[in-house]
Design a protein around this ligand. Structure first.
Ligand SMILES: CSC[C@H]1O[C@H](OP(=O)(O)O)[C@H](O)[C@@H]1O
Ligand SMILES: Nc1ncnc2[nH]cnc12
Length: 295
């Protein structure tokens, strides 16, 4: 087996990955509640994967109701080393048409009704989000997308909106002026939480629509999104299989594996032990490194 265990968060239209072998379902529970669904653990070749459908099988959860803390905690507890998020996205740029895949490298977070951190009173951490995705994983994902036959844009800024309603036309124009390239409802706080969990994270979006900024095109409706997703789901699945081929045998350490060394600022003597205990696998490494093992 290679040293990677890739957590895959499947977005709208992606509720399973057929290529997984030796699969088992894991019922997970976390201090934040249950993740979106049972985890599907398996392998492709000699790479381990843990798959989680973001909205639950059957698409039961709205973007606001997706428990991103539970999802990331469950993937960390299942031994994931890295996380690949797959999402449906609207395009805010002419040159990113429906069908195109975008490897996101920046975010603007406009979500307002979500829990955005594992940390808080008694255990305070401030991780950097200047570079919110892992460049190594993102590059491999872009290569895998091309091998799967997709047209891939290797960079793009993702505007995370609260939803569940789509944007007004004025908002869509505003986000374009802000420099956003694509729009979705789920990339945040998922990316922030992955960083807090010391999990290198990459997000590949499948463009399903032009949102509503174009005067010459129909504005986004959910049936258009679903039709585009159906057309692209097979490519997304083969992207995952190609990623398994491309991952190097040895997983060199990433700086993201140890971000809490700097970011966790509460002194051991003043730490809320119960809070630290509830965080379990999120802080186990850094506390052990600081001599606070046993929490
Ligand atoms: C089904 S249309 C809107 C829905 O699709 C995207 O979901 P995901 O990011 O999980 O693929 C978008 O963010 C909205 O949640
Ligand atoms: N236009 C759009 N806005 C928000 N989320 C989306 N997901 C797919 N298309 C979208």
């Amino acid at each position: 087996m290679r040293e990677w265990t890739i957590g895959v968060i499947g977005g709208s239209g992606l509720y399973t990955i057929d290529a997984l072998e030796d699969v088992e379902y894991l019922v997970a529970d976390t201090p934040w509640g249950a993740p979106s669904d049972t985890l599907l653990r398996g392998r492709i070749g000699d790479v381990r994967f843990v798959f989680l459908p973001r909205h639950g099988r059957g698409h039961r959860l709205s973007p606001t109701d997706v428990n991103a803390r539970a999802n990331i905690h469950a993937l960390k507890a299942a031994g994931c080393t890295d996380v690949l998020a797959i999402s449906a996205i609207g395009s805010l740029r002419e040159e990113l048409p429906p069908g195109c895949f975008v490897v996101v490298d920046q975010f603007i977070d406009r979500t307002v009704h979500r829990d955005t951190s594992f940390f808080g009173a008694g255990l305070v951490a401030h991780v950097s989000m200047a570079e919110p995705v892992c460049p190594r994983l993102a590059a491999l994902v872009a290569d895998a997308g091309e091998r799967a036959g997709a047209r891939v844009a290797r960079s793009g800024t993702y505007l995370a909106m609260e939803g569940p309603q789509f944007s007004t036309r004025a908002e869509s124009h505003l986000y374009r002026q802000w420099g956003a390239d694509v729009i979705g409802m789920t990339g945040m706080p998922e990316a922030k939480l992955a960083r807090e969990a010391e999990l290198p994270y990459a997000l590949i979006g499948m463009v399903t629509d032009y949102d509503c900024w174009r005067e010459d095109a129909a504005h986004v409706e959910v049936d258009t999104v679903l039709a585009q997703l159906a057309a692209n789901a097979a490519t997304a699945r083969s992207l995952v299989a190609e990623l398994a081929v491309l991952l190097p045998r040895e997983r060199m350490p990433s700086p993201i594996d140890t971000v809490l060394n700097q970011a966790l600022i509460t002194h051991l003597a003043h730490m809320d032990r119960a809070k630290a205990e509830s965080l379990g696998p999120i802080v186990a490494r850094v506390l052990a490194a600081r001599g606070g093992g046993g929490v």
